[in-house]
Ligand binder design. Structure first.
Ligand code: HEC
Length: 192
C-alpha cells in the first residue's frame, strides 16, 4: 500500500477515536443509550390539610410551577398565573421554542395528570422522567427539584391534585431532546 494512503488511514482512525471519546465526555452516554429509568411503584402520598397548605406555598410561591405550567398575567404586578389557567400548560412558541410544550398537570383525566399515579408525578418532578417513561427536556427544573424532601414532594403532589381540572389539551414536546442528565454546562453551575 502507498505510504500516504497508510498515513491517511491512520489519521482517519485517530480522528474517529477522538470523536468516539469526545461525544461521551461532552454530552454523556445518555443521549445515545437513553435515560436511566427507575421502575414505578404503587406508592401513594396521603393527603392531609397540612400538606395541602404546604403544597400551595411551595407550588405558588417557591417553585414557580405555575409560571411555566399555565399562562402568565403580564398586566398584574408580580406576574401571577392567569386565573383559570393554573397548571394547564402551554406551548413555548412565544418564547421562540415552538417544539416545546409544557404539559397540563391539573387533575383532568383526559388532558391533564388525572390518570397519572402519585409515583409517576414524583418521578417526573425529582428525576425528570415523564409519565410515559421518556426523559423530560431540562427546562423542567428537575435538576433543582431533585433536592426536594419526600415530605415536600408529597405536599406538592397533594396540591396539584387539588387544582381545578383544566381541559386545555397540550401536545407532547417534539423535536430535539436535550441530554436527560446534567451535561458539562450544568456541571459547571450553569442551568439551561
Ligand atoms: C421553567 C419552566 C418549568 C417549571 C418552573 C416547572 N416545569 Fe414542569 N415541565 C416543564 C416542561 C417544559 C415540561 C415538559 C418537558 C418535555 O416534554 O420534555 C415539564 C414537565 C412536567 C411534568 C411531566 C409531565 C409528564 O408528561 O409526565 C410534571 C409532572 C411537571 N412538569 C410538574 C412540575 C411541577 C410540580 C413543578 C413545580 C414544582 C414544575 N413542573 C415546574 C417546565 C417547567
Amino acid at each position: 500500500m502507498r505510504p500516504w494512503l497508510t498515513r491517511f488511514g491512520l489519521a482517519l482512525l485517530a480522528l474517529l477515536l477522538l470523536i468516539a471519546a469526545a461525544v461521551p465526555v461532552l454530552v454523556g452516554l445518555r443521549p445515545i443509550v437513553g435515560p436511566r429509568v427507575r421502575p414505578l411503584t404503587d406508592r401513594t402520598f396521603e393527603r392531609t390539610p397540612e400538606r395541602l397548605e404546604r403544597g400551595r406555598y411551595l407550588v405558588t410561591s417557591v417553585s414557580g410551577c405555575l409560571f411555566c405550567h399555565g399562562e402568565t398575567d403580564w398586566q398584574t404586578p408580580g406576574f401571577p398565573p392567569r386565573t383559570g389557567t393554573e397548571g394547564s400548560g402551554r406551548s413555548w412558541a412565544d418564547e421562540g421554542i415552538p417544539w416545546l410544550t409544557v404539559p397540563n398537570i391539573t387533575p383532568h383525566p383526559d388532558t391533564g395528570a388525572g390518570r397519572w399515579t402519585d409515583h409517576q408525578l414524583a418521578r417526573a418532578i425529582r428525576e425528570g422522567i415523564g409519565h410515559d417513561g421518556r426523559a423530560l427536556f431540562p427546562l423542567m427544573p428537575y435538576h433543582q427539584y431533585r433536592y426536594m424532601s419526600d415530605e415536600d414532594l408529597a405536599a406538592v403532589i397533594g396540591y396539584l391534585r387539588s387544582l381545578p381540572p383544566e381541559s386545555c389539551r397540550t401536545v407532547r414536546t417534539s423535536g430535539t431532546q436535550a441530554p436527560p442528565h446534567p451535561g458539562p454546562a450544568q456541571a459547571f453551575g450553569m442551568s439551561l
